[in-house]
Design a protein around this ligand. Structure first.
Ligand code: HDE
Length: 654
């Protein structure tokens, strides 16, 4: 760097390693303003973390309108296909604090700031289409219930504890969301492989002033994929930063993640004909009822320069809409409209937070807001009021559309909390149902208050007796009974396993040893290249191994600290002697045994027999041989071999 070090005020200074002292062993002098400035700044480095969504990561990118919708909205962004605007996206977990793990069972925040020439549009959504509650009044209660319990300060980043389930068991409206959170959607394989949802109904207004209800959906180009619970738990230890690293590395290597933005559009009459209230954020509109229309694509292509300045300081406001968009009267959304402004002031410390570079609009901004702490602008002129006769009036650009407002009241919750919970449950594959049951058994097993457990079982049985019965069985409790609900609409789109995801963006982990056959390695590398997959080479020592040809191979990772949960599929490229040695190495045996237990595709040459035997690997369709079946390994990298799942055949369980 050419720029010399300076004080915060620009005075050049040398790099300093010691303070100014009265003699070599004497006290530090108060005159040492350089020490004072350095410590002063350090002592003030922290700002309050977000109350929820504290742990996040983000990236810059571009959004392109791919389908103009002037018939629906007058927003400039959607007038012409091909219009591009910069975006910043932040993904987060909800419950944990900033230093918690990435792979917690949790909802993921999916917030996008679009910097348009009509100002910033913030679409502040989640990776699930519904929410726990219907009314902002209950939000502090929900968050207090899921956060560490007030007296003991734990558990961190976990809903598996008494207060959460106590609250949930008394809130029937939360049951639909609970099934989502207990499903594999709460364990995304990658932030790049999850959907996003605006959750609330919004309104789009066209130039003629006509309004439509709209729901926003993000669809990942890499498809939907999830971790197994056991992987998520192990990853929390092996790499608590798994998701942020995955996103960072994908962008660094030019493998830019992308999502389509789609809308579900309804006229007010169509919305009124839905079997539930469109203003109810605990309900989704099945894609089978209203097909999503793709209107744009977001590509994330640049990592932040500075995590604090960008990811920490980005301040989303659901109230940031474009002209041609409007809120609905969803009471949860209404509550968010003022809550986020409060949060930003308390986190960023000043009403001028919108002037920070990550938050500032990229279009001209003009109003008569004046002064305040940390004012960065220097507006010119003597006029900061209106009406005035000394400076031109600003044009009104954001006429508010009339909503469907009624008389003032505190109404009862939206009706029917159960039928969409049943739709979600019945639309899952058997494997996914197993996972939901296992998650509920795990979480409720952590609940120490028997009355809460029973109340929760009762809630589950009211959704579906089989669901309640299976969870009761897992807990060793009596099966609850309840009246059956009418059969629901089935929505296969709600199942992750309904579709086979594409293979792009996945990683093969190749465990190598000394004397490993070059041909096997080449076969894996070539197959990966054909499919556009990343490959990580793992060796017992980071210094490398000598292949059979004598060529030195330096790995990406050392075996200790690189368990197979980091990869989507694995290959064992080892010599016979290497396999025998690795069979004595716990990390290697776990590497193979975990890949097998996590139902992954695994390819190996004949020399790997000793290691396979030690790890308990049995042949099946996803155990492939090298070099011949390297292509099949690559083709199966985004899938799991569910029939291998022991829980389905374990006689103790059936
Ligand atoms: Fe938030 N929410 N929220 N929320 N939310 C925050 O705002 C709040 C809700 C969501 O990456 C906070 O800037 C209330 C629904 C995301 O910076 C806070 C209510 C949905 C993020 C806040 C809700 C969300 C937040 C904390 C009920 C999905 C992270 C820091 C009325 C549609 C944004 C901050 C980021 C963050 C309040 C409900 C999503 C405390 C009062 C529903 C993705 O202001």
């Amino acid at each position: 760097m050419d720029t010399p070090f300076t004080t915060d005020h620009g005075r050049p200074i040398p790099t300093l390693h010691s303070s100014l002292r009265a003699g070599a062993r004497g006290p530090v002098l108060m005159e040492d303003f350089l020490l004072r400035e350095k410590l002063f700044h350090f002592d003030h480095e922290r700002i309050p973390e977000r109350i929820v969504h504290a742990r996040g990561t983000g990236a810059h990118g571009v959004f392109e309108c791919v389908r103009a919708i002037p018939e629906l909205t007058s927003a400039g962004l959607f007038q012409k296909a091909g219009t591009q605007v910069p975006v910043f996206a932040r993904f987060s977990t909800v419950a944990g604090s900033q230093g918690s793990k990435d792979t917690a069972r949790d909802v993921r925040g999916f917030a996008v700031k679009f910097y348009t020439d009509q100002g910033n549009w913030d679409l502040v959504g989640n990776n699930m289409p519904v929410f726990f509650i219907q009314d902002a009044m209950k939000f502090p209660d929900l968050v207090h219930a899921v956060k560490p319990e007030a007296d003991r300060g734990f558990p961190q980043a976990s809903s598996a504890h008494d207060t959460f389930w106590d609250f949930i068991s008394l809130m029937p409206e939360s049951l639909h969301m609970i099934l989502w959170v207990m499903s594999d959607r709460a364990l995304p394989r990658s932030l790049r492989m999850m959907e996003g949802f605006g959750v609330h109904a919004f309104r789009l207004i066209n130039a003629a002033g006509e309004a439509h209800f709209v729901k926003f959906l993000w669809k990942p180009h890499l498809g939907l994929q999830s971790h197994l619970w056991d992987e998520a738990v192990k990853l929390a230890g092996a790499d608590p930063d798994f998701h942020r690293r995955d996103l960072w590395e994908a962008i660094e290597t030019g493998d830019f993640p992308a999502w389509d933005l789609a809308i579900q559009v309804l006229t007010e009459a169509e919305a009124a004909a839905l079997p539930f209230d469109i203003l109810d954020p605990t309900k989704l509109i099945p894609e089978e009822l209203v097909a999503p229309i793709t209107i744009g694509t977001m590509t994330l292509n640049r990592n932040p320069d500075n995590h604090f300045a960008e990811v920490e300081q980005v301040a989303f406001l659901p109230s940031n809409l474009l002209p041609g968009m409007d809120f609905s009267d969803d009471p949860l959304l209404q509550g968010r409209l003022f809550s986020y402004l409060d949060t930003q002031k308390s986190r960023l410390g000043t009403a001028n937070f919108a002037q920070t570079p990550i938050n500032a609009p990229r279009c001209p901004m003009r109003n008569f807001h004046a002064d305040g702490m940390m004012q960065m602008g220097r507006p010119k002129g003597r006029v900061t009021y209106e009406p005035n006769s000394l400076a031109p009036e600003p044009e009104p650009v954001f006429p508010t559309q009339p909503g469907a407002t009624g008389s003032k009241q505190r109404p009862r919750p939206f009706a029917d909390p159960l039928s969409q919970a049943l739709m979600f449950w019945r639309s899952q594959s058997l494997t996914e149902q197993d996972h939901i049951v296992a998650a509920l058994v795990f979480e409720l097993g952590k609940v120490t208050l028997a009355a809460v457990r029973l109340r929760m079982l009762d809630c589950l049985a009211r959704i579906d007796e089989t669901l309640g019965g299976r969870v009761a069985e897992g807990l060793g409790a009596a099966a609850p009974t309840a009246a059956a609900l009418p059969p629901p609409l089935l929505s296969p789109q709600l199942s992750i396993l309904f579709r086979v995801p594409p293979v792009k963006g996945r990683v093969i982990g190749v465990l190598v040893s000394d004397g490993a056959p070059d041909a096997e390695l080449t076969a894996v590398l070539e197959a990966a290249e054909v499919e556009g997959l990343a490959v990580k080479i793992i060796a017992p020592r980071i210094g490398g191994v000598d292949l059979a040809s004598g060529q030195r191979l330096v790995p990406d990772l050392q075996l200790d600290g690189s368990p197979s949960v980091l990869f989507d599929a694995v290959a064992l490229v080892v010599s016979e002697q290497g396999a025998r040695l690795l069979a004595q190495d716990k990390a290697a045996v776990d590497f193979v045994a975990d890949a097998f237990a996590h139902l992954k595709a695994l390819a190996h040459g004949p020399q790997a027999a000793a290691l396979l035997a030690r790890a308990g690997v049995r042949p099946d369709d996803f155990i492939l041989s090298l070099p011949a079946e390297a292509g099949r390994l690559a083709a199966r990298v985004s899938q799991r071999h569910w029939p291998r799942n022991l829980t389905q055949t374990n006689p103790e369980r059936t």
